[in-house]
Ligand binder design. Sequence first.
Ligand SMILES: Nc1ncnc2c1ncn2[C@@H]1O[C@H](COP(=O)(O)OP(=O)(O)OP(=O)(O)O)[C@@H](O)[C@H]1O
Length: 302
Amino acid sequence: MTAATTTGLDVRAEGLTVRFGDTTALDGVALSVPAGSITGLLGRNGSGKTTLLSAIASFRRPTEGRVLVDGEDPFENERLMEQICLVRESGDVLHDERLTTNLEYFATTRPTWDDALAERLLETFQLDAAKKVSQLSRGQRSAFGITMGLASRAPLTMLDEVHLGMDAPSRYAFYDALLEDYVAHPRTIVLSSHLISELDRLLEHVVVLDRGSVLLTSDADDLRARGATITGRTEDVDATVRTLDDVTVLSEHTLGSTKQVAVMGQGARLTPATTSAVRDAGLELGQVELQDLVVHLTGRKS
Ligand SMILES: Nc1ncnc2c1ncn2[C@@H]1O[C@H](COP(=O)(O)OP(=O)(O)OP(=O)(O)O)[C@@H](O)[C@H]1O
């Protein structure tokens, strides 16, 4: 799914600390987000995702450390400001104005704005542009935030839990629209979300935060390679998994006489001994879901 040409802005954080009084929301975070990728910003409630995105968009100043976008401090940086778009669930919009007015206003601040895409997305989400934002339902408001975020085509587009409150058909319409437009117009997109399984197919890079620190930053395929699913007859799967001493079982699902177990190894990939043992037992090895890995990684320390 790698886009043909890589454009977009990269992000680097170094020693990034943000405190709110006694609360340390981010604690010496160091990470990088590659340009021209779709990155998932994952982590449990309160892990610091919104704070990190706000610091990158320079809505919030770091207490210590720094953020660099395209190699520069984004704070009061006019060149970068028009190239960075952060859509928050709270929605930074004019609530008492019609959608059309909001779109017109947004378009004037965004050199990369695409009117036709905005029109298409309004139609996809069945949003009435004559309505005021305050007249939209929660899910419709989220869809409107997405419309503004995607139509901005900002070289760095960050969507913070934007699809909360949207029903499943609308969420899948969002994922499809995002992917289609990203392939045609590559840019850096950061998505923060709890719905990891739904985002799995979109993500090329992942950053996992845990209580204000970076637990993991990885290419998504490298992360997937750390585990696998093992599928087959229940008794065969159980017997084989019992013999594997270098894996952790992440989840188990049984359907009739068939069982699927998701496992994670200790290294960067499963060992040849493990994969041979599974194949020799006539079982199927498949791709593990990012969700299983991330839940495991973020769950074990709590
Ligand atoms: N304005 C604020 N004042 C005080 N504490 C704050 C403020 N904003 C965030 N925090 C605290 O900072 C920590 C990180 O919050 P943040 O909103 O960044 O987490 P999050 O990962 O986005 O969470 P969620 O998934 O629940 O949205 C939390 O402990 C939160 O209570």
